[in-house]
Design a protein around this ligand. Structure first.
Ligand code: TGC
Ligand code: FAD
Length: 411
């Protein structure tokens, strides 16, 4: 298997430290040697490659930026490069690491009690335990603030009721970080596998992120010990704070997919001969696509790198991260579509990685805030005007009210 050469058009590598490059190389080798040979099969079979978890843990890929508990304490750029290389393997692999690190270890480490941290951080870092993050609900995706899942205090416990949907790792998780309205405010709970009243069901039939487990979570009078409440959480900004971590990782990760498909398209176009012996790479229309791809990848790299440097200085704002997530996923998806085109019929075969990346990126465009929600976040930063919930016209208000009345009558 040939080693991935990377994509570096304007010597961006000179902006990384030796340590950052070393981390990248370690994960790059892992992906070349252990992920690429098995990922098509995992994708076909709709299975997450569980056997890779111990190796990823051994490399320090879970909670890599944490300085305590014997973890590597890497800077944010090195963390981003890890995400980039993992996603070059498969978005599902990066998703697993994003959720474990950014959406489970981060809230426990940042908002948890000392007991919660001491118990869970080592287990999650070693891969002995797997975590998931439950925010989205069947009726509340882009607008999680309106969630229905609720928790009521009962003596030394909280009683949890509700449902979460589209939860990465949901059915394989040992601990779920679940967000619920607890007596009026949104709080985080650690729900352990096997807790009576807690069940899960797989979302089957996905044509995207097939090598990733996605589940629904159900809570029916589920009794959670009070010690499992994340004590520092008190409002929507706490789950949104976790999303900032994961979105940052996606901004880097999407570049990995883009680099993977670009590299495949260059190689293929140089060896594919049509019309009189010329490789298709010699045609201007094909070169135009490759030029667009490498230009956008290069701009995306600079955006991700600047975000990382700002994050290390404590200056990165959520609306900066929105630009990175939105732009880099968008260009990665466009690169995948162009690469698919360049490969002709072979572009739709999983003998090549392109169609898999292309389908995966459709999910990545939607999760962690859709492309359009990030547009609105940037729009709010620029204008100071939130446009998520514009006032309805009198006619639309009347129709919505009639719809609600009809639904209520049906029930
Ligand atoms: P809004 O009033 O704007 O904000 C409420 C409070 O939160 C603060 N805040 C943030 N804090 C930290 N990080 C962020 N990214 C933040 N965004 C907002 C904000 O300052 C405010 O603080 P305070 O002190 O005033 O209370 O809230 P809103 O209800 O109007 O919503 C705004 C909106 C639409 C941007 C937000 O709801 C949103 O981001 N929606 C998208 C939902 C989303 O991204 N869901 C992702 C679910 S997890 C997932 O997809 C995992 S995929 C994992 C994988 O497999 O990789
Ligand atoms: P909706 O919110 O219904 O949006 C539908 C469309 O309407 C989108 O195009 C959206 O941009 C648009 N829209 C919505 N509101 C507005 C508005 N105000 N203005 C303009 N357009 C708007 N969630 C978790 O909590 N944890 C997970 O681990 C997790 N993993 C996931 C894994 C996968 C594979 C997928 C596909 C999703 C996952 N999600 C997870 C859920 C994901 O975060 C949501 O799907 C996402 O937030 C969008 O919500 P929705 O699907 O309900 O779409």
């Amino acid at each position: 298997m040939a080693t991935f050469p990377g994509v570096d058009y304007i010597e961006i590598d000179s902006l990384f430290s030796e340590d950052e490059l070393m981390v990248r190389q370690t994960v790059r080798d892992f992906v070349d040697e252990e992920v690429l040979p098995i990922i098509e099969h995992a994708h076909r079979e709709e299975k997450f490659p569980m056997h890779l978890i111990p190796k990823m843990a051994e490399m320090g890929l879970f909670g890599a930026t944490i300085h305590e508990y014997g973890l590597p304490g890497l800077n944010q750029v090195a963390y981003g490069l890890i995400m980039q290389e993992l996603e070059r393997g498969d978005s599902g692999l990066r998703s697993f690491a994003s959720v474990q690190s950014g959406l489970v270890m981060y809230p426990i480490y940042t908002y948890g009690s000392k007991e919660q941290k001491d118990f869970w951080i080592p287990k999650l870092a070693s891969g002995e335990s797997i975590g998931c993050f439950g925010l989205t609900e069947p009726d509340f995706g882009s607008n999680p603030g309106a969630m229905r899942t609720n928790a009521r205090r009962d003596g030394d416990s909280w009683i949890l009721n509700g449902a979460k949907s589209w939860i990465t790792n949901g059915s394989i998780a040992d601990v779920a970080v679940v967000w619920a309205k607890a007596e009026g405010t949104i709080r985080g709970f650690l729900v352990e596998k096997g807790t009576p009243g807690f069940s899960t069901a797989l979302h089957m039939g996905k044509f995207s992120l097939r090598a990733s487990v996605t589940s629904q979570l159900f809570f029916e009078d589920c009794r959670i010990p009070a010690k499992n409440l994340l004590p520092e959480t008190n409002g929507l900004k706490y789950p949104l704070g976790c999303l900032t971590q994961a979105r940052y990782g996606i901004a880097w990760g999407a570049l990995g997919s883009a680099m993977g498909v670009f590299n495949t398209a260059v190689q293929y176009s140089k060896s594919r001969i049509q019309f009189g012996g010329q490789p298709i790479a010699s045609h201007q229309l094909v070169q135009n696509k490759l030029a667009w791809m490498i230009t956008e990848i290069t701009k995306g790299q600079l955006l991700a790198l600047q975000m990382g440097r700002l994050k290390d200085q404590g200056k990165l704002k959520p609306h900066h991260v929105s630009m990175g997530k939105m732009n880099n996923v968008h260009i990665a998806l466009e690169c995948a579509r162009m690469a698919r085109d360049i490969l002709g019929a072979n572009g739709i075969s999983d003998e090549y990685p392109i169609i898999r990346h292309m389908l995966n990126l459709e999910s990545v465009k939607t999760y962690e805030g859709t492309h359009d929600i990030h547009n609105l976040i940037i729009g709010e930063a620029v204008t100071g005007i939130p446009a998520y919930n514009p006032p309805m016209s009198a006619q639309a208000e009347k129709e919505a009210s009639e719809r609600r009345a009809a639904e209520a009558a049906k029930k």
